[in-house]
Design a protein around this ligand. Sequence first.
Ligand SMILES: Cc1cc2nc3c(=O)[nH]c(=O)nc-3n(C[C@H](O)[C@H](O)[C@H](O)COP(=O)(O)O)c2cc1C
Length: 347
Amino acid sequence: METPLTRLVGVRHPIVQTGMGWVAGPRLVSATANAGALGILASATMTVDRLRAAIREVKSRTDAPFGVNLRADASDAGDRVRVMIDEGVRVASFALTPSPELITELKEAGVIVVPSIGARRHAEKVAAWGADAVIVQGGEGGGHTGEVATTVLLPQVVDAVDIPVVAAGGFFDGRGLVAALAYGAAGVAMGTRFLLTSDSTVPDAVKARYLAATVKDVTVTRAVDGLPHRMLRTELVDALERSGRARTLFQAVRRAAGFRKLSGAGWLRMLRDGRALRHGKDLTWSQVLLAANTPMLLKASMVDGRTDLGVMASGQVAGVIDDLPSCGELVERIMKEAEEVRARLAR
Ligand SMILES: Cc1cc2nc3c(=O)[nH]c(=O)nc-3n(C[C@H](O)[C@H](O)[C@H](O)COP(=O)(O)O)c2cc1C
C-alpha cells in the first residue's frame, strides 16, 4: 500500500512503531524494519555512546530504513544528531518540537525529520520550519498525552498542514489504518501495540499486566512528573497520588540520581533539561525534578519486570489487545485486514 509516508521514508507499509523509552530497543526496531514498517529507536534513556552502539546493532540486523527518537530539548541533542548523521539514520523523530536550526542541520544531511505533536499549532510551526512529516498523537495514546481525541485532532491537523500526517493514539488493527487514511493521514504510528509483541523485550510479567487490562484500567495521572501521563492504573499509581509532596520529592531525588548514572547526564545537564521542560509550562521546580522520575519508574517495569515498583505507560488500546504476535505477523495481519476493509467499502 503506497502512501506519502511509504514514499517519503522508503518503507513497504504505512505503519510506524514509535520510540518508547526502554521498550523500543534494537531488537524491536529491527524486527519492525524487517516486517516492512518504520521502527523508531528510543534514545532519551541511552548515553550517546550507547545510542551509537544501538544504531549499529539495528544496522547489523536489517538493511531497511529506521528512525531514532530524541528529546529536542536535551542539551546534548546536537551530539545525538551528529551520531545519527554519521551512522546514516534515515529518520529523526522528536518528542518535543525541534528548533528550526536542528531541523535544517538534519535536512541538509539528508535525514527525514518527523516530529511528534499533540496540537494543531505545533504541527503548523514545525511544518513552517521544514519538517518532512508529523506524527500527531491524540489523547488515547500512551505516555505523555493531551486531552483531544485522535478523531478530533487528526482531521484538524490534516486540514492545517501540507506535509504527510501520521496518526497515533488508539491504533491497533487494519480498520484503524483505513480509518486514519480516510481522515487524510498517510499512515498510523503505534506504541502500545508494538510493546505487546513477542519481539518486544518487555518482561513477560509486565506484558501479562497489559494483556489483562480492560479499557477502564488505563488512566491519566500527573502524579509521576506533573504532566498528564497515560498508564495502567496500579497500586503504585494510587500510592503516588496519595503520598504527600515531601515524600514524593524525596523519592524523586533518589531516582533522579539513578537516572543521572544511566543516561550519562550530569546534574548540570539535568537541571538545564529540566529548565527547558519547564519553559512555557506551568511547572514548579519540584515538578521539574520529578521529570527524571519518569524514566526510572518506566525502567523498573520495562527492564526489571517490577510491576509493583514501576510505571507502565499505556494507551487505552491495551484494553482491547489480548495477544502477542511477532512484528512480522502483526504488520501482515494489519495490512491484510486493511485491504479487506478497503475492498468491502469499495463494494
Ligand atoms: C511504554 C511507553 C513508553 C513511551 N515512551 C515514549 C518516549 O520515550 N518518547 C516519546 O516520544 N513517546 C513515548 N511514548 C508514546 C509513544 O511513542 C506513542 O506516541 C504512543 O504510544 C501512541 O499511542 P498508542 O499507545 O495508543 O499506540 C511512550 C508510550 C508507551 C506506551
